[in-house]
Design a protein around this ligand. Structure first.
Ligand SMILES: [Zn+2]
Length: 300
C-alpha cells in the first residue's frame, strides 16, 4: 500500500507529550493477560456506547483505567517506539484521514450534501474528550459530541502484536472505521439508531442496532478502501491484512479470548465473519448505498 502520496489532513491534533521525548506507554509488551483482554474488549467498543448511550461510557472507561495505569508504570522507561516511528505515525494518520476526507466529500457532493471533515486526536497515555476521559485501554473511538476520532498511537503496536498482525492497510481500516462513525453521525444514522434502541423491547433487539452500526462502519471503511485503491496501489495482500484484523476483533473471537473474564454488555460488534463480510461488501462495491446493515429496519 502506498500511502505517502495521499492528500494529508490538517485536522490531526497531536496531543502526545512534547514532541516525542516521552516514550509512549507501550501497552502490550509482556502485558498481563487481563490487560490484553481488556484491550481486546474495548477495541472499537467505546464508540458504540458513546454514540448510543449517554453517560455509561464514562463509567466503563473508568473501570478499564486501573490496569492500564499499572501497566503504563511498569512500562515506563522502555523505549519501544522512538520518535521517528511516532512521527511516521502522525504522518500516516494525516494521510489516511485526508484520503477519507477526499472520498467522503465526493460521495456527499454526489448526493448534494457537504461533508464536514472530522478531527483526529493522537494521544499517548490519556486525554479528555467530550465523551469523557480517554485512555489507552479504551481503544480507538469516535466521539459524536466533538466530532473527533481518538487514537492512541500505541494501539498500532498493539495491533501488530495481538490483533491479527497489523499492517498499513489494517491500520488504515481502523481509522476508516472510526471515520465511518463520523459519516453515520453526519447522516443522522446514529440518531436513528439511538431512537430505535430506546424503543426496542428487549436488550437483544437493542443490541442488533449496535451491531448494525458497527458493521456499517466496517462497510464504510471498505468503501473508502475501494475508492482510494487506485491511489494507494492496493494489493490483495493489503486487503488480507484488514481481513485479518476484522477477524481478530469479531465478538466471537473476542469472547473466546476473554474466557474467564467479564464480558461487557457493549460487546455488540458482530461476529468475525460478519465484520469481514461487511467490510468486503463495502470494498467490492465501493458504494455506501450497499451498506444497509440494518436490513431496512431503520427506514421508518
Ligand atoms: Zn466502531
Amino acid at each position: 500500500m502506498d500511502w505517502q502520496n495521499l492528500p494529508g489532513s490538517n485536522n490531526v491534533e497531536d496531543r502526545r507529550g512534547g514532541g516525542g521525548g516521552i516514550p509512549g506507554g507501550g501497552v502490550a509488551v509482556g502485558g498481563g493477560a487481563a490487560l490484553i483482554i481488556a484491550l481486546l474488549g474495548w477495541f472499537f467498543g467505546i464508540d458504540t456506547s458513546s454514540i448510543t448511550g449517554g453517560g455509561s461510557q464514562t463509567q466503563t472507561q473508568t473501570q478499564s483505567r486501573a490496569p492500564s495505569q499499572t501497566q503504563r508504570q511498569s512500562q515506563s522507561g522502555t523505549t519501544q517506539n522512538g520518535t521517528a516511528s511516532g512521527d511516521q505515525n502522525s504522518q500516516f494518520v494525516s494521510k489516511i484521514l485526508g484520503s477519507t476526507d477526499q472520498v467522503w466529500s465526493a460521495v456527499f457532493q454526489k448526493n448534494n450534501r457537504s461533508y464536514q471533515p472530522p478531527h483526529l486526536v493522537l494521544y499517548s497515555g490519556q486525554t479528555t474528550s467530550a465523551c469523557g476521559q480517554a485512555d489507552s485501554a479504551v481503544g480507538p473511538f469516535y466521539c459524536p459530541s466533538d466530532q473527533k476520532v481518538y487514537l492512541d498511537t500505541d494501539f498500532f503496536a498493539q495491533m501488530r502484536q495481538q490483533l491479527g498482525g497489523g499492517g498499513d492497510f489494517a491500520q488504515a481500516y481502523v481509522i476508516a472505521h472510526e471515520v465511518g462513525h463520523h459519516v453515520q453521525n453526519l447522516l443522522g444514522i446514529s440518531d436513528q439508531v439511538d431512537r430505535a434502541q430506546r424503543s426496542a423491547r428487549t436488550e437483544a433487539a437493542a443490541n442488533k442496532f449496535s451491531v448494525g452500526l458497527e458493521l456499517q462502519a466496517d462497510c464504510f471503511a471498505g468503501v473508502w478502501g475501494k475508492q482510494s485503491s487506485a491511489q494507494t496501489n492496493l494489493s490483495q495482500q493489503d486487503v488480507q491484512t484488514a481481513i485479518n484484523t476484522a477477524t481478530a476483533i469479531g465478538d466471537d473471537a473476542l469472547q473466546k479470548a476473554s474466557r474467564g473474564y467479564v464480558v461487557p454488555d457493549s460487546f455488540t460488534h458482530g461476529t468475525s465473519q460478519q465484520r469481514v463480510n461487511w467490510f468486503m461488501q463495502g470494498f467490492n462495491s465501493g458504494d455506501p448505498g450497499k451498506c444497509d446493515t440494518f436490513n431496512g429496519a431503520l427506514s421508518q
